[in-house]
Ligand binder design. Sequence first.
Ligand code: ADP
Ligand code: ADP
Length: 226
Amino acid sequence: QPIVHAIDLTVMYESGPALERVSFEIYKGERVAVVGPNGAGKSTLFKVIAGILQPTSGRIEIYGGAPGEHICVAYVPQRSVVDWRFPVTVYDVVMMGRVGRIGLLRRPGRDDHRIVRQALERVGLSDLASRQIAQLSGGQQQRMFLARALAQEAELMLLDEPFTGLDLPSQNELLALLERLQGEGITIMVSLHDLNLAAQQFTRLLLLNRTLIALGTPQDVLNTQT
Ligand code: ADP
Ligand code: ADP
């Protein structure tokens, strides 16, 4: 059974269609790059998979159920940090991942603190736990959101343009981390513009431009595109 099954997804905004009759299957443990130009519908697709946005027609199944029904799906929007007006630490942000598990009314317990510390360690941010998030570099911010997704115990992670604005060392660090998470059985979908980066670093490519252009291994997709 696929982890993500998109069936004839269409999303209409007032301005027109952002997705048109998009169907595909993604399997557990894949590392998928969703590639397309600005406005191709990548963010819209992620919002539908995460259950934040209802498609106009068609449907999305996550292990045969609604998003969040069987497994936790974490969505990391692009430029997530910019809007944050409150002084919060890296630790606070990662702990927010626990709120979805334990509810707002229960205070974090010993287990929650342990899980947060482990998540920070897995992304290499243990030393920055008490840092204000405004002081993080772009690469550190992306790793912090991955730690939050780990604290949520998400099995499917959707990252919107995580490489945008990162320097090369930070990009490589993030790529290595994604590969490690994939090795632990987490399914990862990343949106990006750069087809070369996608083809080198991901196990499957999904080319999107309002409709599904191609889906397959990098080799298959590059062969059909040239
Ligand atoms: P991408 O992530 O590939 O850049 P988006 O999914 O953000 O693409 O956008 C796809 C299209 O839908 C774009 O033309 C965008 O302007 C439009 N769009 C996105 N969100 C909305 C919205 N909330 N209301 C109206 N139009 C939107
Ligand atoms: P991204 O680059 O991640 O696609 P955008 O900068 O296109 O993000 O959009 C930022 C936010 O504005 C998103 O939440 C998107 O849904 C919304 N948005 C994008 N295009 C439009 C639009 N034409 N009308 C209304 N909202 C939009």
